[in-house]
Design a protein around this ligand. Structure first.
Ligand SMILES: [Cu+2]
Length: 293
């Protein structure tokens, strides 16, 4: 064999070894990518511009319980700042219920994907829970997982915030007058987390934690709106406090492309005997095309 041929053989051998080496070197990277893909089951939700809304009113049938005056003698500061403090477990006016947490529990989008399979970006804005007049404002809030909850004390007294979750860590923290906001996040979805105050036994709030942004709290006129909902059919839950874990009403709601679905809920004595709720779908803004899939 010629010396030149030998040299070429050696070069070829070295090159093939290098190629093999780099192939081996690439292997873990490929595995990492595969593992990462498996670990995060969620695909990031991307709006298509055809999102719709779910709106409705939460009613109360029958005679609502009257709010009771709260005895604030445990802390005179509370009585001075808010002498007319009343219970907030039933804020009902003209047969309409406030503080009902309405949310999408699960469902299927128009393309047959499941809402629970998506991941949603965490809002950068914090949700604020204020203690003002020795009660929580608002009384019921919704928040996304990992979104910042900022708890503020606007009272000239000390509070002790004490959420009692089941799926998230429990904590309680003292917040004296003038203390900076307490900032917390919830890692897991949970509906709903009761919040109490270790200083003032009457203080209560509820936090609904969801992985997605499709939730709303009914206003004083009972109305609510869930915006940015992708077209699809969903199980919508209306949760109202009361009893050990609250009361839930459930409804199937179909959101048309770029349209609006109406879902009214009803609580109260007569509501149990009547229909669980009325569903009315407003026409889609899009004109249906014959033969469209
Ligand atoms: Cu308090």
């Amino acid at each position: 064999m010629k010396k030149q041929t030998k040299v070429w053989l050696v070069i070829a051998l070295v090159l093939s070894l290098l190629a093999l080496g780099s192939a081996c070197g690439n292997k873990p990277t490929t595995e990492e990518q595969t593992n990462a893909g498996t670990a995060s089951t969620g695909k990031t939700f991307a709006p298509t511009g055809k999102e719709g809304t779910i709106t409705g009113t939460v009613a109360f049938t029958g005679t609502p319980p009257a709010p009771k005056k709260i005895d604030t003698s445990a802390d005179p500061v509370c009585g001075q700042k808010n002498p007319n403090l009343t219970t907030e477990d039933a804020v009902i006016k003209d047969g309409k219920v406030a503080n009902v947490f309405v949310y999408i529990k699960d469902g299927t989008l128009a393309d047959n994907s499941k809402i629970g399979d998506y991941t949603f970006p965490t809002p950068t804005q914090a949700v604020v829970l204020d203690q003002n007049g020795c009660h929580y404002r608002p009384h019921v809030i919704g928040i996304q997982t990992s979104q910042k909850l900022s708890i503020t004390n606007s009272d000239p007294t000390q509070h002790n915030i004490h959420p009692t979750p089941k799926n998230n860590p429990e904590w309680n923290q003292t917040q004296p007058n003038g203390a900076p906001p307490i900032e917390k996040t919830f890692a897991r979805a949970e509906t709903l987390i009761p919040v109490k105050c270790n200083q003032h036994p009457w203080m209560k709030a509820y936090i609904g934690v969801l992985k997605h942004p499709f939730f709303s709290v009914s206003a004083e006129d009972g109305t609510y709106t869930i915006k940015g909902v992708p077209p699809g059919t969903y199980t919508v839950v209306a949760w109202r406090e009361g009893g050990a874990a609250g009361t839930e009403k459930t409804m199937q709601v179909t959101v048309p492309a770029s349209g609006s679905a109406k879902a009214d809920f009803s609580f109260g004595e007569a509501a149990a005997a009547a229909q669980p709720g009325s569903l009315e779908v407003m026409p889609a803004l899009e004109i249906p095309v014959v033969g469209r899939h």
